[in-house]
Design a protein around this ligand. Structure first.
Ligand code: SF4
Length: 276
């Protein structure tokens, strides 16, 4: 599959390289750095999640936030706990099936920080320079940010989206989404080039109510008097937590099976390639 995949993603890889070049340039021009590196993931997120390019420009230059809402820590706790249990189960299944792989949580690359990154260890070294990568994104609530999904598909390895509340484990492979990725990435690149060239589009919309660019004539942001806590009612919290806990073992098993299958298939293909 590695050879097929590299064939089929060649077009997307070229676009991905172009996208990285323009996001690096935007990060560099706006002084967006982290340690000795550039915050390209931040630029990428702004590019693919905003229609208004003036808002992207403002956010790049000011890095402000309008955090007037606090979320109940239960939301974060669910996500962290789901990741912990899913990764624990994957480790156990890897041991049981005797599949070697390394696991990293909050793995950062130029596209973003993946909840979990699993990489084959390729201990026999049968196919040099090849190792399988699988990215996992764990969603403990019902929300899914498709712009985040797009961003995580820029990098050519498969993405497994785990939606605990709906018991869904969805495998998305960039090599099967060439047409979409060529289209989406081309538009992101054009957007970045317009910003670099100083010719951006101002597009007002409902998001003007959350924009911090007060110099813009369309701005509708009115800061609330106090920071608001977003939380469930007791009944909703009970239903939500019950459903979450009931579904966890099911999605962990589904995700682990998918990861094992992916690693084993790649291992078998590497073995076949090495024999040729
Ligand atoms: S207020 Fe609206 S139109 Fe103006 S920069 Fe912000 S998002 Fe764009």
């Amino acid at each position: 599959m590695s050879q097929e995949r590299s064939e089929s993603t060649r077009g997307v890889s070229g676009r991905y390289d172009e996208l990285l070049a323009v996001t690096r340039e935007l990060a560099s021009r706006n002084g967006l750095t982290i340690g000795s590196g550039l915050k390209t993931a931040v630029v990428g997120a702004l590019l693919c999640s905003n229609i208004c390019e003036r808002k992207i420009k403002y956010s790049l230059e000011h890095q402000t936030s309008n955090r007037y809402e606090k979320f109940d820590p239960l939301f974060t706790a669910k996500s962290d706990y789901a990741t912990l249990k899913i990764v624990d189960h994957i480790k156990s299944r890897l041991d049981k099936e005797q599949v070697l792989a390394s696991i990293t949580c909050e793995s950062q690359d130029e596209t973003g920080a993946y909840d979990v990154l699993i990489e084959s260890s390729n201990p026999s070294g049968t196919v040099p320079n090849h190792h399988t990568k699988i990215k996992l994104e764990v969603k403990a609530g019902l929300g899914v940010a498709l712009e985040q999904v797009e961003r995580y598909l820029w990098e050519p390895s498969p993405l497994v989206l785990i939606r605990v509340m709906s018991r869904q484990v969805i495998r998305l492979d960039p090599s099967e989404l060439n047409e979409f990725l060529n289209f989406a990435v081309a538009e992101d690149v054009q957007k970045a080039k317009r910003l670099l060239g100083g010719k951006y589009h101002t597009v007002p919309g409902k998001y003007c109510a959350a924009c911090m660019d007060f110099a813009c004539e369309h701005n509708k942001f009115r800061p609330p008097k106090e920071v608001r806590m977003i939380q469930f009612s007791d009944t909703n919290a009970q239903e939500d937590l019950n459903l979450f806990l009931r579904n966890l073992a099911f999605v962990a098993e589904k995700a682990a099976s998918l990861v094992i299958q992916e690693l084993q298939e790649e291992e078998a293909k590497d073995g076949n390639q090495a024999k040729r």
